[in-house]
Design a protein around this ligand. Structure first.
Ligand code: C2E
Ligand code: CA
Ligand code: CA
Length: 523
């Protein structure tokens, strides 16, 4: 296979047929009576069946399916039908195995295989390729019959299964590839079906995806990124930029967010959106995350030496993959020890979706992290409909309001209402707030009036190189404003009307002054 799905267990390969019924008392070499001939025949038949079928599911083995596929590909193409291969993979199988045990996993698998066999036609062959992967050969595809077959399989496999007295829903994803006899090799056709399956998983699972050239190009690009990224880590092509976070009530830079950048030797700066998802998928994010954490903490230590007595927070993005890495906590403590930074100056950002789907161990880990003094922020907040009780119990002190809501602030009533309710919620729960993606003066002003504490966005500054940060910390532009504005409660409507208007305008004039309008990554 193309090896695209790294998380999966290795394929089991063909089932060994070392033992078969009656093997211990082998028939004599030369059968003399007709009953002996019969017995020999039945032993041979059983032996052949065992060797050809997977013992758990009764489906054909991978080896036999490959042989049939080869035969079909070599056949005459005269009848105009095509050969289709459907790659079927269960979506939540690992979860079943982990939560209900392998015995239940086996039960689910054989039930799914039984349903799959019920969907196929008399010309078709179903096989188990290994683990929870099944392949169907549909050798006489006409008029989209392969899609109809795939859809039947999706529907049948999405029905609940009862195991150990529990109802379990395990959906499946299907990738389909098609060719005229003689046009492709078995390996190529299977690779294409696998690529399509990968796309089905990527696009939300429980769906069917036909192979296309576009998918092929995307898969190629992904693999290219993955291998280039390995080199990037080795050859230090990754670096970090920092985006200032501004306290709205006085305009001071109180923190920065560390954002990773990749200077590709051929393509120049590659945006994180193009490589972070690949890195998450193939596990490279663990190495990247470690690098960003080390670099940014060292950077914070340097800045602290430069401007003693000036507190600055360093915010670092952490992916869910890192949180399930058993070494993460030790490494985090090591970084604190090595750099000597104040743990309360470090904030780890975890997206709302990762936070809400985090298993109990991860929540316990986050608890331990906050006990070190480190802050946890929920990134992209508002995009995932967090349950309030879950939010209350989360060890996170900061809500980072997603850019999509800040975007329509003041112009879209819906967005303004969402931002306002997130701010009230945060205030009621005693959590801090940061608004991200502030691009306009009016948005900053409105956020200040609505009681948001800190904001970040192109209006204040793009992410910049480390050298550009110190002047922003000490320069007159960001120095504390007059003492009468040094209160931390949100400004009320009345206060704004009673003269604070003046301060806000003055402050906005200051922060509106150019702070570097470089595009991210430009040198
Ligand atoms: P994010 O964590 O939501 O980071 C904010 C992104 O919004 C950054 O994009 C930033 O440059 C951009 N941004 C900031 N202000 C504005 C604005 O006013 N308008 C607009 N349109 N955009 C603004 P960037 O640097 O391209 O990062 C994209 C995403 O990549 C990040 O989203 C984060 O999810 C991920 N990422 C970046 N660095 C790391 C990292 O070190 N580790 C992990 N796990 N993810 C990272
Ligand atoms: Ca972030
Ligand atoms: Ca964000």
């Amino acid at each position: 296979m193309s090896g695209l799905r790294r998380n999966k267990s290795a394929h089991l390969g063909a089932v060994a047929a070392e033992s078969y019924p009656g093997a211990e008392n082998d028939a004599p070499l030369i059968a003399r009576t007709s009953s002996e001939v019969e017995r020999l025949r039945s032993v041979v038949a059983q032996l052949m069946h065992t060797a050809a079928h997977d013992p758990l599911t009764g489906l054909l083995t991978r080896k036999l399916l490959l042989e049939r596929l080869d035969e079909e590909l070599a056949r005459d193409a005269a009848d105009g039908s095509k050969i289709a291969v459907l790659f079927v993979d269960l979506d939540n199988f690992k979860l079943v195995n982990d939560s209900l045990g392998h015995g239940s996993g086996d039960e689910v698998l054989s039930e799914m295989a039984r349903r799959l066999s019920g969907c196929i036609g008399s010309d078709d062959t179903a096989s188990r390729f290994g683990g929870d992967e099944m392949v169907v050969l549909h050798p006489r595809a006409t008029d989209g019959s392969e899609v109809a077959l795939g859809t039947r399989i999706l529907t049948a496999l999405a029905e609940p299964v009862f195991v150990s007295g529990k109802e379990v829903v395990v959906s499946a994803s299907v990738g389909v590839a098609l060719c005229t006899p003689g046009m492709k090799s078995a390996a190529q056709l299977l690779r294409e079906a696998d690529t399509a399956l990968y796309a089905a998983k990527d696009r939300g699972r429980a769906r069917l995806e036909p192979f296309s050239d576009e998918l092929y190009e995307r898969a190629e690009k992904r693999m290219q990124i993955e291998s280039d990224l390995r080199a990037a880590l080795r050859e230090q092509q990754l670096f970090v930029e920092y985006q200032p976070q501004v306290r709205l009530r006085d305009g001071r830079v109180v923190g920065v967010e560390a954002l990773v950048r990749w200077k590709h030797p051929k393509f120049g700066i590659v945006p994180p959106a193009d490589f972070i998802p690949v890195a998450e998928d193939c596990g490279l994010i663990i190495g990247i995350g470690r690098l960003v954490l080390q670099k940014s903490c060292r950077q914070l230590a340097d800045w602290t030496k430069l401007t003693p007595g000036r507190s600055l927070a360093m915010t670092v993005n952490v992916s869910p993959r890192q949180l399930s890495d058993p070494a993460f906590f030790t490494e985090l403590r090591q970084v604190l020890a090595d750099t000597g930074i104040d743990p309360t100056a470090l904030c780890l950002e975890i997206t709302e979706s990762a936070m809400m789907s985090a298993p109990a161990e991860v929540i316990r880990l986050l608890d331990q992290i906050t006990q070190l003094g480190i802050y946890i922020a929920i990134d992209d907040f508002g995009t995932e409909h967090s349950s309030l009780s879950r939010l209350r119990d989360m060890p996170a002190e900061v809500l980072k309001i997603d850019r999509s809501f800040v975007d329509g602030l003041g112009s879209e009533t819906g967005d303004t209402a969402i931002v306002s309710s997130i701010l009230s919620l945060a205030y009621a729960m005693g959590k801090h707030t940061i608004a991200e993606g502030v691009e306009k003066r009016e948005q900053a002003a409105l956020l200040l009036r609505m009681g948001c504490e800190v904001a970040q966005g192109y209006f204040f500054s793009r992410p910049v190189a480390a050298e550009q940060i110190p002047p922003l910390l000490t320069g007159a532009l960001w120095q504390a404003r007059s003492p009468r504005t040094q209160h931390s409660a949100p400004l009320t409507e009345a206060q704004v009307r009673r003269g604070h208007r003046y301060f806000i305008d003055e402050f906005l004039d200051h922060i509106g002054a150019p702070m570097g309008t470089k595009a991210p990554g430009a040198s």
